[in-house]
Design a protein around this ligand. Structure first.
Ligand code: ARG
Length: 470
């Protein structure tokens, strides 16, 4: 391809320099936005009588033909071109002749590339939000079916208090809702038009930037032409928003890995999203979840990369900025893939309700409720807390062999839990204990009684689901 910027220099660049300079392999992804942007530009030039209506028509027809031909595969994007902007303009001029050269009036590649990336990212924001929306709907669906699936909630990865699987999963629903909100908010800053800022200082032609922005369905124009071509804040923001999504996904991924281990066995993933080992026949590995966790590093890396490439960059455009697209596109593709694999993973997983319930029973997760029981009988919480702790310690130290307490570690001995500790034993710790304690510390009761706003109770599950549905 020839060099449209030949003039000041001979444009006799070395092969190595051409390859090093070229961004077409990355920015060809914006061919549609580049052509749509050019069409709006031509329409504005004609509207403002900067070019003839008849010329504008030729250019527009030529551009729509190029778009059609790229989409049908008839026109291959030449990977030797410098970038997508040069490629489209050169094909246009080759096809329609000298009139094609009028397209680049009152614009520069600096505002053109800034426009293309904004048009492309606004589309990606919508697509990602659509995918997150699907994920949230799935979470609501699973939560709805697991309102009474009792499990242990954890702190420090130690069993803490009884919750339901619905409550647990809806926590992720909240995170993903915030992720969507962040992207909606970002959209406002992305959908502002830089075109017409030209190289950096605006133009002497009587252009109408507002008209052009409206044609592109944008919500406003960048007010300062220098800022218009230098601003990449929205890319940093997008990379950051995607990093937060990745962080959320990696937390869920980590729990999927833990919950699918034989030790937990809370969840079983479908064979469609797990792998075997090449040597250990018994293995079923949660590779997809591990990859989602791992790819978070790549997404964070892209954010750091973009921030670093912009650091200390003088105004206005610098070629360094060409690097931004590869990074943000990589984050976009990675996060989209991660969400989609998660949708497949969650929609096909088997939830081992009984196992979760059984595991919840053995961990003294109702010890707080035991203390609360004494509080309802008039004891101060701190005193009640101490007694409950002593009872737990007593249970852990002793085992039962039939009706007898023992300290044997072998034979058929039964673990003592708060649920099966006889009432006479309870009474030794406090006279306030009565038989109603068993109902009080029953795990279902514990969940149902957590009615404080946002707590684990079924009513709160309803509330959370309708909050997410909004
Ligand atoms: N390929 C370039 C980029 O992505 C387009 C802008 C080039 N502008 C320039 N003044 N060389 O940044």
């Amino acid at each position: 391809m020839s060099k449209l910027w030949k003039g000041r220099t001979s444009a006799k660049t070395s092969v190595l320099a051409d390859e090093f300079n070229s961004s077409i392999k990355i920015d060809k992804r914006m061919y549609k936005e580049d052509i749509e942007g050019s069409m709006a530009h031509v329409a504005m030039l004609s509207h403002c009588n900067i070019i003839l209506k008849s010329d504008a028509k030729k250019i527009t027809d030529g551009l729509s033909k190029i778009l059609k031909d790229i989409e049908s595969g008839k026109l291959k994007i030449d990977d030797k071109a410098e970038d997508i902007h040069m490629f489209v303009e050169e094909v246009l001029t080759k096809r329609i002749g000298a009139v094609g050269k009028k397209l680049h009036t009152a614009r520069s590649r600096n505002d053109q590339v800034a426009l293309d990336i904004r048009l492309n990212l606004r589309k990606e924001i919508t697509l990602i939000n659509f995918t997150i929306d699907k994920l949230i709907s799935l979470i609501i669906d699973i939560a709805d079916k697991n309102r009474d699936t009792i499990m242990s909630g954890f702190t420090h990865l130690q069993k803490a208090q009884p919750i339901t699987f619905a409550h647990y999963l809806l926590a992720y629903g909240m995170m993903f809702k915030r992720d969507m909100e962040r992207l909606y908010d970002l959209y406002k800053r992305v959908n502002i038009s830089p075109i017409g800022a030209c190289a950096l200082a605006g133009t002497t032609y009587k252009t109408d930037r507002v008209y052009e922005a409206r044609l592109l369905d944008m919500d406003g124009v960048c007010e300062n032409s220098i800022d218009a071509v230098s601003d990449r804040d929205f890319i940093v923001e997008f990379a950051s928003d995607l990093s937060i999504i990745s962080m959320h996904l990696s937390r869920l991924a980590e729990e999927m890995i833990i919950f699918t281990s034989a030790e937990f066995n809370y969840i079983e993933l479908s064979d469609a999203v797990t792998t075997g080992s090449s040597i250990m026949p018994q293995k079923k590995n949660s590779d997809m979840a591990e990859l989602v966790r791992g790819k978070t590093g790549r997404v964070y890396g892209n954010l750091m990369n973009i921030l670093t490439l912009l650091k200390g960059l003088p105004l206005a455009y610098n070629k360094d900025m060409q690097e931004d697209k590869e990074l943000i596109f990589d984050s976009i593709d990675t996060v989209k893939n991660c969400i989609n694999i998660f949708i497949e993973m969650l929609s096909t997983m088997k939830i081992n309700k009984e196992r979760m319930r059984e595991d919840a029973s053995a961990g003294f997760i109702n010890a707080t409720d035991l203390a609360d029981y004494l509080v309802t009988k008039g004891m101060a919480f701190r005193d009640a807390y101490k007694i409950s702790g002593e009872i737990v310690s007593y249970c852990l130290k002793n085992k039962r062999d039939g009706d007898n307490y023992c300290n044997k570690s072998d034979g058929v001995v039964q673990k003592i839990t708060l649920e099966n500790l006889p009432i006479e034993e309870y009474k030794k710790f406090s006279k306030l204990f009565d038989k109603d304690v068993y109902k009080f510390i029953d795990l279902e009761t514990c969940v149902n009684r957590r009615t404080s706003l946002g707590g684990a109770s079924p009513k709160n599950i309803d509330r959370q689901i309708s909050f997410l549905k909004k």
